[in-house]
Design a protein around this ligand. Structure first.
Ligand code: GTP
Ligand code: NA
Ligand code: MG
Length: 290
């Protein structure tokens, strides 16, 4: 990409951690504190990702269920995540999925920021969590290490602003940019069949601008963007880099982690889909029969 074509884009923050340590509660808290009271009633979290503004700057969050760390990190998060927020419940400490998340974030060389959650509880022991983190090579800054760590309560909101400030600072350091022009490329983070709508996927735009009416290829299938729905459930016409959006218009259910790539026209998308399907058939034939 020519340097001048690149524009700042929102950081993509993936929330990870053990089951029930409070990831979704934290995201709900962040989202709710940033919408006006009049909107609050009507908004349900539409997709497992959304964009907020913090100090006038957009930030995109992806939620991951604790029971699916491995597949989520590998498939939905790995390439598009800029920063991992590791949520650890202060009354529970590091648990199997916490360790899994640490291992995957390290392997993918992602910056980890730790949110020690549930600090409102009587049984909370953030010091213990910090010593556990240190044992895993994540020494926190207050102990001379370089892992940023915030003590929070997703339930009452304490420490959440501090976490957002840290994320904003980290994002600034990373200077994240993408080209909003040219053919769109987006990563599938969720996909499901919905009655009356067919195969629907949540994506995060990586580059270019995704627009309704545009043909695309995703895995071995052609498609066309019939509708784009934002994280508030509103139909929109276009989505820029770093934006999470729901896409309607898939021929088949796409796989999480696949890339949706805008094509010039229906002919080119169908031709490429045909070629990819042919390749898959050829590969299948090569598998030795038992
Ligand atoms: P999975 O998606 O299943 O992995 O769980 P999760 O990490 O998203 O946890 P979730 O937000 O669903 O919270 C699990 C439970 O912990 C809920 O009952 C929350 O109300 C509670 N909880 C979350 N944050 C806090 C907190 O800061 N303090 C207290 N006391 N409870 C919390
Ligand atoms: Na839960
Ligand atoms: Mg959750």
């Amino acid at each position: 990409e020519p340097e001048e074509a690149l524009k700042l884009r929102p950081p993509i923050i993936t929330i990870m951690g053990h089951v029930d340590h409070g990831k979704t509660t934290l995201l709900d808290r962040i989202r709710k504190s940033r919408i006006t009271a009049s909107e609050a009633g009507g908004i349900t979290q539409h997709i497992g990702a959304y964009k907020i503004e913090h100090d006038g700057k957009p930030v995109t969050f992806i939620d991951t269920p604790g029971h699916a760390i491995f597949s989520s990190m590998r498939a939905r998060g790995a390439d598009i995540t800029d920063i991992v927020v590791l949520v650890v419940a202060a009354n529970d400490g590091l648990m199997p999925q916490t360790l899994e998340a640490i291992a995957h974030a390290k392997k993918a060389q992602k910056t980890i920021i730790v949110a020690i959650n549930k600090c409102d509880l009587e049984s909370a022991n953030p010091m213990h969590v910090k010593s556990q983190l240190a044992e895993r090579g994540l020494q926190t800054t207050d102990f001379g290490g370089d892992t940023e760590c915030v003590e929070i309560s997703a339930l009452n909101g304490k420490g959440v602003d501090e976490l957002l400030d840290l994320l904003a600072l980290q994002a600034e350091v990373l200077e994240l940019k993408a080209n909003p022009k040219g053919h769109a490329r987006a990563s599938i983070i969720e996909a499901k069949y919905q009655q009356g709508r067919g195969a629907v996927a949540s994506v995060i735009v990586e580059s270019g601008t995704l627009r309704t009416g545009k043909p695309f290829i995703c895995g071995p299938f052609a498609g066309k963007v019939k509708a784009l729905i934002n994280d508030r459930g509103e139909a929109i016409k276009e989505a820029t880099p770093g934006t999470p959006v729901e896409v309607i218009g898939f021929e088949e259910l796409p796989r999480v982690g696949d890339s949706l790539v805008e094509m010039e026209n229906d002919r080119t998308s169908k031709k490429l889909a045909g070629e990819r399907q042919e390749e898959l058939r050829a590969e299948r034939l090569k598998v030795p029969q038992k």
